[in-house]
Unconditional design. Structure first.
Ligand SMILES: NC(=O)c1ccc[n+]([C@@H]2O[C@H](COP(=O)([O-])OP(=O)(O)OC[C@H]3O[C@@H](n4cnc5c(N)ncnc54)[C@H](O)[C@@H]3O)[C@@H](O)[C@H]2O)c1
Length: 276
């Protein structure tokens, strides 16, 4: 018996990065997985790799019909949807606020917020009918900590957390759970950029590791493990939560980056009132 035996999952943004890692983990744990992504070649190749457990649908999450179609195809093929993982994303508009246009805003929010909303909206009726399900969405530590991501990206990911909490409160009536995962710095094409070449990965590691308590950058599998848990029956009393998977980044400044006076042991100076 594996952890996701007999479960059906739909993962958006599953052709790359943490979505692809999650698709592989889900399948290894016994789930059947719909891979919904813009990237046809990579998405189809991953579906082929998963054999009978994999299916691909070309899907732009900012287009409601595409999301509805992916949900319908998966539910028709396998009869249910136990986990909807709204994971697709991109960096969105980057730059100073006074140079960010209304169009930049719409394009960013259409993918990062509306895409999540569409996933929830179309999975909800099926999960209500089944009397259960797990909605998981990818937020980000950028929702909580400023200065590491573009303005609109941070705002969009904060919206994902708020939407998750709100939907969890409604869908609990049907035993449907809604949670999100806030990754920290994870080594994927999105975060590494620059073509995801070995040199780019090396530079990315040297620039970013050491910034969190655990002295390495995150691996897509770190997120996949959390997603498996949220999709499984091991987390059936967990809903409305944002699970932070960031190696301790959001905990604060690491010990190795503290100023020397913090790292040195000093004799404790105890205050004693006069006369004692
Ligand atoms: N990598 C990080 O450090 C990090 C940190 C926090 C949050 N995130 C979030 O994690 C999620 C996954 O990103 P990743 O790092 O694995 O990046 P990635 O680029 O490897 O994967 C993202 C996938 O989403 C797909 N995608 C993008 N726009 C889409 C659209 N409109 N419709 C359908 N698919 C679309 C891409 O084709 C790609 O396959 C994103 O939501 C991202 O914002 C990433």
């Amino acid at each position: 018996m594996t952890r996701l035996s007999d479960k059906v999952a739909l993962i958006t943004g599953a052709a790359s990065g943490m979505g692809a890692a999650t698709a592989r983990r889900f399948a290894a744990e016994g789930a059947r997985v719909m891979i919904a992504d813009l990237q046809e070649e990579a998405g189809s190749a991953l579906a082929d790799e998963l054999g009978d457990a994999g299916l691909f649908a070309r899907c732009d999450v900012s287009i409601e019909e595409d999301v509805a179609n992916a949900v319908t195809v998966a539910a028709d093929r396998w009869g249910r949807i136990d986990c909807m993982f709204n994971n697709a994303g991109f960096g969105g508009a980057i730059g100073p606020i006074d140079e960010t246009s209304a169009e930049d805003f719409d394009i960013t929010m259409d993918v990062l917020v509306k895409g999540v909303f569409f996933g929830m909206r179309h999975a909800a009726p099926i999960m209500k009918r089944q009397g259960g399900g797990s909605i998981v969405s990818t937020a980000s530590m950028a929702a909580r900590i400023g200065g590491w991501s573009p303005h609109l990206y941070s705002a969009a990911k904060a919206a994902v957390i708020a939407l998750t909490r709100s939907v969890a409160l409604e869908m609990g009536e049907w035993d449907v759970r809604a949670n999100c995962i806030s990754p920290g710095v994870i080594e994927t094409p999105l975060a590494v950029g620059r073509g995801f070449t070995p040199e780019a990965i090396e530079r990315f590691r040297s620039e970013t590791e050491g910034q969190q308590a655990l002295n390495r950058v995150g691996d897509p599998d770190d997120i996949a493990h959390c997603a498996v848990w949220l999709a499984s029956d091991e987390s059936t009393f967990v809903t409305g939560q944002d699970i932070v998977v960031d190696g301790g980044f959001s905990a604060g400044r690491t010990w190795r980056r503290q100023p020397p006076w913090m790292r040195q042991a000093h004799p404790i100076k105890v205050y004693r009132p006069p006369g004692r």
